[in-house]
Ligand binder design. Structure first.
Ligand SMILES: Nc1ncnc2c1ncn2[C@@H]1O[C@H](COP(=O)(O)OP(=O)(O)O)[C@@H](O)[C@H]1O
Ligand SMILES: [Mg+2]
Length: 376
């Protein structure tokens, strides 16, 4: 099996201006509704790319168009320089792994992985060698003789992955790959899966509605809503610089303050909201009075008992709820205007006797660089 080591992926990086998978204005209408609405993106060879969005936003439809199970209403799909928009699924060098792994229950692990190879590769010795290397890759060599029901969910998932990789697809499509696993198992399996995909060097488009999964597993994420790409970026880009309220709210938790632009100076702007004045020291400008939303992530809020000395970027509030989550505590605060604010505090010490409690008056404050200003 050919694997892409660090040297190979470096070389790919150099030529990444040539997209491996080009999706161009791809659209799919089902009588009356537009499931996917003119989406475009270039994906590099070896990239792990995630489609993230809530149920019904068009993720599976887009993936099924890539696989060829659904024909686009308009737009183009180009893979390795070849227009495959109208190529039937079985002629595409693509494999799709479904949420229900669809393993054959009566076949052993070995036979499940060998299944597709039997039709494609006539030589028995080649099949044996290939299956063995795939089982080694997914660390299931010792389980070759078991049936699927004798495996854990995570192991079944790895068998399905080995089977999807058997014919060396150029593009692997994963639809909610870990959807059937419980939370703890998902987290470990996410990293295992990424390691395997990186070892193989296969280009991968995965679908998930789970933002942590998208962030853990992919290099870039397209955040989808109502059939459209709202933002495409690395996990940290979509989290730290979301381009709209939907993305800010969908990827992680966020406090949104709605207000208007009241001061516009070369080096700063001030946004006034009912709760407080927000001093923003970066990259925004506009017309006085225009509506803007100030977004601040909960972990960038500081809670103190003392009134901050600055004139900006803090609000007085009452502790309405406390969720102790072990590694951190989430404070739900309520301001005089009735607005709810979330602030997370890491629990760096085992006993914090002076921590605020229910009903306490506190001050939530944030740095000017913590502010994201959104226009829509
Ligand atoms: N075969 C189909 N016929 C009609 N409508 C469909 C079909 N497949 C999907 N849809 C609709 O397209 C939209 C997007 O669905 P889907 O791609 O499955 O979303 P997601 O995978 O993000 O949950 C939904 O409104 C869904 O009802
Ligand atoms: Mg789906």
């Amino acid at each position: 099996m050919t694997t892409a080591g660090p040297a190979a992926s470096g070389a790919q990086g150099a030529s990444s201006s040539q997209a491996f998978l080009k999706i161009e204005r791809l659209t799919k209408q089902f009588d009356g509704i537009t499931a996917v609405n003119s989406v475009s993106v270039d994906i590099a060879r070896g990239e792990l790319f995630a489609l993230l969005g809530s149920s019904g936003c068009g993720k599976s439809t887009l993936l099924r168009m890539l696989a060829g199970f659904e024909s686009p209403s308009s737009g183009r799909i180009v893979l390795a320089g070849q227009d495959i928009t109208h190529v039937p699924p079985y002629r595409r060098p693509i494999n799709m792994m479904f949420q229900s792994y669809a393993l054959f229950p009566h076949l052993t692990v070995w036979e499940n992985v060998a299944f597709g190879l039997r039709r494609a590769t006539p030589a028995r010795s080649d099949i044996k060698e290939r299956v063995e290397s795939l089982l080694a890759l997914v660390q299931l060599s010792a389980y070759a003789k078991r049936k699927p029901h004798q495996l854990s969910g995570g192991q079944q998932q790895r068998v399905a992955l080995a089977r999807s990789l058997a014919l060396q697809p150029q593009l692997l499509l994963l639809d909610e790959p870990l959807g059937a696993l419980d939370k703890k198992l998902r987290e470990t399996t996410q990293l295992e899966l990424v390691n395997i995909l990186e070892q193989v060097g296969v280009t991968c488009v995965m679908v998930t509605h789970d933002q942590e999964e998208a962030m853990t597993m992919s290099k870039r994420i397209a955040v989808m809503s109502e059939g459209e790409f709202l933002q495409i970026g690395s996990p940290s880009e979509v989290y730290e610089t979301p381009n709209c309220r939907f993305v800010a709210d969908f990827v992680g938790d966020v406090n949104l303050f709605e207000g208007t632009l009241s001061v516009d100076e070369p080096d700063h702007v001030i946004v006034d909201t009912p709760e407080c004045r927000h001093f923003v020291g970066h990259g925004v400008s506009g017309t006085i009075g225009m509506p803007l939303t100030v977004a601040v992530r909960p972990e960038k809020m500081h809670i103190s008992r003392e009134r901050p000395e600055e004139a900006f970027n803090w609000v007085e509030a009452e502790v309405a709820d406390i969720a102790y989550l072990g590694s951190h505590t989430v404070y739900h605060l309520k301001t005089a205007t009735g607005k709810r604010i979330e602030a997370t505090v890491p629990n760096t010490e085992r006993h914090q006797s002076d921590a605020p409690t229910w009903g306490d008056k506190v001050f939530a404050s944030w740095a000017k660089l913590a502010i994201i200003v959104l226009t829509h």
